[in-house]
Design a protein around this ligand. Structure first.
Ligand code: SF4
Length: 267
């Protein structure tokens, strides 16, 4: 198996995996989405809320506010499988105490731990009119995406098989197929009597080009064992860390299965 990183930033990573199987790639995808630990606000104690927003909506908004959850931030925090996870104040405490008129933003959340704070300062939480007050205490805990979307570290985690485009040289060139491509990745070159493929990795395999060609000049398929994988996060964790953690989780599960098999399946 070979892996080639095509692009990488703080929130996004695209890489190509060659010579792999669908079940393996899908296991990585699912694990990254639902089994990688992330920090999010879980308990909200609303002491005062004069705003027009219902308490439940406000609590939901706080839960979905991305908090820094990199490996450094997660260090030492209780996981849902730990006995003390449920204890109310066993987490990162946040307070929010504001008086209107103003828009309350994520930057107004005061954290008890300087490492763990909202990823972005400018997420609007609630609007307060003149004299309205909000006084909230909240606790952030580690959780998994399989329990709630707020603990899902990925906003996009998807793969597609590597596209393959071929031309039938036995029939007349059909320039219509290039015009039909919604992504503009096919370019007619009438001088050299060819259709050029500008960026095959951008092909959505929608087959609009195939349908537009009456004489079957173009065919679109894919390489069954090569994949283009894209991970995007909400900024709480870098995509590389999500991927590494997903591999760790998957490795631990495989180890458990091996031990179970070696012990004769008795436990
Ligand atoms: S399959 Fe769709 S995206 Fe790919 S080349 Fe054809 S029209 Fe363009």
């Amino acid at each position: 198996m070979e892996i080639e990183v095509k692009s990488q930033s703080d929130n996004e990573m695209v890489f190509i995996v060659r010579d792999a199987e669908v079940p393996f790639i899908n296991a990585i995808r699912r694990t990254a989405m639902v089994s990688v630990p992330k920090i999010a606000i879980e308990d909200v104690n609303i002491i005062r809320n004069d705003s027009a927003m219902f308490n439940e909506v406000l609590a939901h908004r706080l839960g979905l506010t991305p908090l820094v959850s990199d490996l450094d931030a997660l260090e030492g925090m209780s996981l849902p499988e730990d006995d003390d996870w449920d204890v109310y104040d066993n987490g990162i405490m946040f307070s929010l105490n504001e008086v209107g008129p103003k828009v309350v933003y994520s930057k107004d959340l005061i954290s008890s731990d300087s490492k763990i704070k909202p990823v972005y300062d400018t997420i609007p939480l609630v609007k307060l009119k003149e004299g309205e007050e909000i006084n909230i205490e909240a606790v952030a805990k580690v959780g998994y995406g399989k329990e709630h979307a707020k603990w899902m570290p990925t906003t996009v985690c998807a793969y597609k098989q590597y596209p393959e485009i071929t031309f039938n040289e036995d029939v007349e060139i059909d320039y219509d197929c290039a015009q039909a491509c919604p992504r503009g990745i096919l370019k007619s070159d009438r001088r050299s009597k060819k259709i050029k493929i500008l960026d095959i990795e951008d092909c959505a395999m929608c087959k609009s080009c195939v349908r537009a060609s009456d004489n079957g000049y173009i065919q679109v398929g894919f390489r069954p064992n090569d994949f283009i994988f894209r991970i995007e996060t909400d900024g709480a964790m870098p995509p590389k860390e999500v991927l590494l953690k997903a591999c760790d989780v998957l490795g631990e599960k495989a180890d458990k299965f091996i031990r179970f098999s070696e012990e004769g399946g008795s436990k």
